[in-house]
Design a protein around this ligand. Structure first.
Ligand code: NAI
Ligand code: MG
Length: 353
């Protein structure tokens, strides 16, 4: 029997309420399809930092590197400096393991009304591919004389030909498996160096996929289009920061931030990839068993798909759809189900497939 090893990093806030039900769903899929999952759980994050002075132990990356994949909640707490979580955990893992693709499906689920009036299941179904290792988020800058009248701060984006090419190839290959269309969301009319170069390199890659329709759209127009005409999108290819912002908008047009899944992917599989919901640690609702577990459970399906267990991944997505269709929803979607009740229903639906 095939066996996969998974590092489950709960993180903070609602992390320890959504990761355990997510693991239960994954184990159910493993039982049904006949593969084994060996899961080790870690309490790393901002809570760990308060006790130990770091978000993970010194050998944390080395330990994560031994697993086939990482299943992650979210990090960050209101009483911990919020510049630390990305630097000490999220970006650290994403860059160390060369997870240069951030994959974020935006797909309306049955039984859920999008806040976009008149938009249905056929209209909201696309994928955001966000460059995940460089761009605006390299944290390359300085704050100088912050308290002086002449205080100044810089953050300098970094875009490399290799970084742009590798994520572009992933997006075009993905489009071939979907509806054959890539939209580059950019802002090269004002970021005339970095994003002009981004556009140029992507256009070169696009020329190698003449069967895939290619166009580009400025991010201001793209934001409006998310709301007015989401049906024009198939695969969106965009930068680290633009993708971060657009994916919360994507989660919102799906009806809740609690629904959106994501994968931080190293396509070559030289390193483990990391799967997490698009939302944060939601400290405002933590500890109440009311968080929506679907973004996390769906992220687990992306993880199984990445590991090669496509059938198990599809079974989970189908069970999620059956659950939302039958009206079992958490409070963020106007329902009254608890976190564990939604997860239990998903497992029950898998049994009946
Ligand atoms: P957030 O995504 O945690 O919460 C935004 C709003 O959405 C809140 O009202 C929250 O209750 C709601 N929400 C989020 N997930 C939900 C779920 N599963 N079910 C129901 N409602 C849900 O974003 P916020 O408030 O900006 O950040 C909180 C903390 O999370 C910060 O420390 C931030 O740095 C961190 N964060 C961490 C991320 C990561 O680890 N990848 C990503 C985003 C934020
Ligand atoms: Mg975000």
């Amino acid at each position: 029997m095939k066996k996969y090893t998974i590092a489950a990093v709960h993180g903070d806030g609602i992390g320890s309420e959504i990761i355990p039900p997510g693991i239960a769903v994954l184990q159910k899929a493993a039982d049904q399809i006949d593969f084994a999952l060996e899961v080790d759980e870690f309490d790393w994050g901002a809570g760990y930092y308060k006790k130990h002075g770091d978000f993970m132990p010194d050998d944390g990356l080395e330990r994560l590197g031994r697993y086939d994949a990482i299943y992650f909640g979210a990090v960050g707490l209101p009483d911990v400096d919020d510049t630390l979580p990305a630097m000490m955990y999220t970006f650290k893992v994403r860059t160390h393991f060369k997870q240069y693709v951030n994959l974020r499906p935006v797909q309306l689920l049955p039984g859920i009304a999008s806040p976009l009036r008149n938009k249905g299941l056929d209209d909201i179904d696309f994928v955001i591919i966000r460059e995940n290792n460089e761009g605006e988020f390299v944290q390359n800058g300085k704050i100088i004389h912050p308290d002086e009248p002449h205080g100044l701060a810089t953050d300098t984006s970094v875009f490399t030909r290799k970084g742009i090419e590798q994520v572009a190839h992933y997006a075009f290959r993905l489009a071939r498996k979907r509806n054959n269309k890539v939209t580059n969301v950019t802002k090269s009319n004002t970021l005339i160096n970095t994003l002009a170069y981004w556009d140029r390199v992507i256009a070169e890659v696009a020329a190698q996929y003449s069967d895939v329709e290619y166009n580009q759209m400025y991010v201001d127009n793209a934001s409006a289009t998310f709301v007015l005409r989401p049906e024009v999108f198939d695969v969106i290819l965009t930068t680290n920061m633009i993708g971060d912002i657009l994916s919360d908008l994507g989660g919102s047009i799906m009806g809740s931030l609690g629904l959106g899944p994501s994968g931080n992917i190293n396509p070559e599989k030289d390193y483990p990839s990391m799967f997490e919901p698009i939302h944060g640690s939601a400290p405002d609702i933590a500890g109440q068993n009311i968080a929506n577990p679907i973004g996390t459970i769906w992220s687990g399906a992306l993880m199984l798909d990445h590991l090669g267990e496509e059938k198990a991944a599809n079974a989970i997505v189908k069970a999620i759809q059956q659950t939302t269709r039958s009206g079992i929803k958490t409070g963020d979607l106007g329902g009254s189900a608890k976190t564990n009740e939604v997860a239990e229903q998903i497992i029950k639906n898998m049994d009946q497939q």
